[in-house]
Design a protein around this ligand. Sequence first.
Ligand code: IPE
Ligand code: IPE
Ligand code: MG
Length: 250
Amino acid sequence: MELDLTHIPQHIAIIMDGNGRWAKQRGLPRTAGHVEGVAAVKRITEECVRLGVKFLTLYTFSTENWNRPAEEVSALMGLVLSNLEEDIFMKNNVRFRVIGDIKRLPDNVQQRLWQVMENTADNDAMTMVVALSYSARWELTKAVKDILWEMKKTSLTRAVMDPEEITEETIAQHLETYFMPDPDLLIRTGGEQRISNYLLWQIAYTELYFCDTFWPDFNEEALRTAIADYQQRERRYGKTSEQVQPKSNN
Ligand code: IPE
Ligand code: IPE
Ligand code: MG
């Protein structure tokens, strides 16, 4: 797949779906699909670094996924723990970050996440963001609470923040994703055409791409196909086509 390397999406977000069905098709337990899904994470991360993507945000475990059978939840936590390989992040110069309600995760997983975040903090080829115990409605609810707490605290020091001072930027700065730009491209594998509570605020103008491939089968070629599709699109942000087309020189 020929790509325009000058027009690579800066931020790609992925809903990695279809692990369970991939396993079922092969008569394997769902967990086998998650294990194979980890291999896909590694190849896609490396390909994104090679292509010059700056942020890759992977939906790994949603708030709603806590309602899955306990054995599956604990297998997923085990996979997170055993696959946070610092040497791979260092080799690829990748900074690791987490978004989500990490306090709900087992203590040993939390500790490991903080450790890897700290040790990779200076890497700057790409930031890989893992959404764990994350949902957009949880995130927005938390942002509202945080803003109100700040107003309450500043009111004690008499520097009352006026509600009229709240802007879109204030909200964005209180989201888990405050440190990165909005996604340019959102990919969902596995055939479903829904968002499942992912990055609702941030995808206001993101290009959406859905494919039937189950996540464990998603490879470099499939990623390039998604990026090529993105490169065909015209992002108008509410304007007309004439407004966004660069003027020709002749
Ligand atoms: C995505 O695959 C991984 C997680 C949600 C943890 P699924 O486990 O949802 O796979 P399907 O959708 O059942 O095939
Ligand atoms: C979305 O997949 C969450 C992740 C990929 C982590 P789900 O499989 O949980 O989504 P639904 O239930 O099909 O909407
Ligand atoms: Mg699913």
